[in-house]
Each structure stands twice: as C-alpha cells, then as structure tokens.
Design a protein around this ligand. Sequence first.
Ligand code: 0O2
Length: 211
Amino acid sequence: MEIIWDEFLYPYSQVVNELKFKFRACRHQYQTADQHSPIEFVTGRVKAVPSILEKAQRRQITLAEIEDNMEDIAGIRIVCQFVEDIYQVLDLIKARGDMKVISERDYITNRKSSGYRSYHVVVEYPIQLLSGEKLIKVEIQIRTLAMNFWATIEHSLNYKYQGAFPLEIAERLEKAAEAAFSLDTEMSNIRDEIKNAQQIFKQRTPHNDKD
Ligand code: 0O2
C-alpha cells in the first residue's frame, strides 16, 4: 500500500489548527473574565512522516493500520503554570461537547523511568470534510512549565543519543526531573500568593495575549 502523505495528513493538520484555536480561545476567555487561566500556552504539531514510519515499524503496524492504531499523529500540548491547573484543564476537556476522551495516561502520578511527567489524554474529534464527518484521534499532552522544560531538553538530547543515554546523563536527567517536580510542588504551595500577585501585575500592564 502506498500512502499519499499530504492527503493523508491534511485532516490531522486541520484538527491541530482547530484545537489550537479553541484552547487559545479558552485562555482568552479566562483573561477577559479576569480569572487565572489554567492554560498558559498551547502548541500543536502533526507527527513527522519519518516518525510515523519509525513508530509503525516499532509497533509492527502496517501502513493500512496506521489510521486506527496510531493515536498521536495529531498532537496538542497544553502547558500550565501549576500542577493543579493540569487537572482543571482535564475537567475542561471532559466537559466539552465537541470532543470525547477515549483514553488517559497519568505520567504525573506514575512518571516514566526516564523522569518524564505529563498527563496524556486521547480524544476523538469530528472534522467536517466534503466526504462527510470524520472522527480523528488526537493526543493532548497537559504539563506544567517545569515539566515542559525538562521534556524539551530531554527530547533534544534524545536526538543526539537516540535514547541510549550514557549512564551519567541518564542519572542527571532523572535528578533534574525530580528538581523540576520539587519546583512544581513549591510553586503549588505558594500558588494563591502567586495568583494574587499576577492579578495585581496584570491590572498594571497591558494584556500580552500569547499564541
Ligand atoms: P514526536 O512525534 O516526536 O512528538 P511511544 O510513542 O510508542 O513511545 P506511546 O505509548 O504511543 O509511546 O505514547 P506515550 O508514551 O503516551 O507518548 C509519546 C509522546 O509522549 C512522545 O512523542 C513525547 O512527546 C512524549 N514522551 C513520552 N515519553 C517521553 C520521554 O521520556 N521524554 C520526552 N521528552 N517525551 C516523552 P514522540 O514519540 O516523541 O513523538
């Protein structure tokens, strides 16, 4: 089977664009209501073709099975200030009528052995095509700024070492993951104070709406 990748991936990029827009709109609504936004920023991507092929091979999925079996071709990342915000975003997603949660993975309570923390939800989201409605699976990763910092650094190191980190680097990364989590815990402890300070700060400075 041959896949015409541009055609195959088009619905996924449509979903990524729609969902980025919708979650950014949520942030905007919190801001205009002068409330703390559990969403700090939103990014999205369509998985690169080499990455899709590598994963299909690793999981022994044929090209014909990719659509049904690969859940992260469309990916949205929601980054939050506080760990508590992650669960608020999760509630927000579950309450929405335009998407349905089909699975959840809590890598915050159960961090990966690498040190990775994040909350993953897979949702089904309908898009309208000329051929009719199509349900697309999207992986939404919800994490704090600190978790995102760690994952971004680790991900780029992964390119260099292809996952086979020298022991010393793996240990340092694990320690760094714990330090990031301690930072999250400390920030949670003074959350009310921070939120209060941010309200005052916001009233004195013009809005700087992030994409
Ligand atoms: P990309 O395209 O580079 O973003 P698998 O992909 O088989 O390993 P699975 O079960 O499909 O895993 O999904 P999982 O583990 O729930 O999520 C995979 C995605 O989570 C990864 O995408 C990363 O974005 C993130 N992730 C998971 N584990 C780690 C980790 O140890 N470190 C970092 N930095 N990120 C992680 P990809 O595969 O990188 O795809």
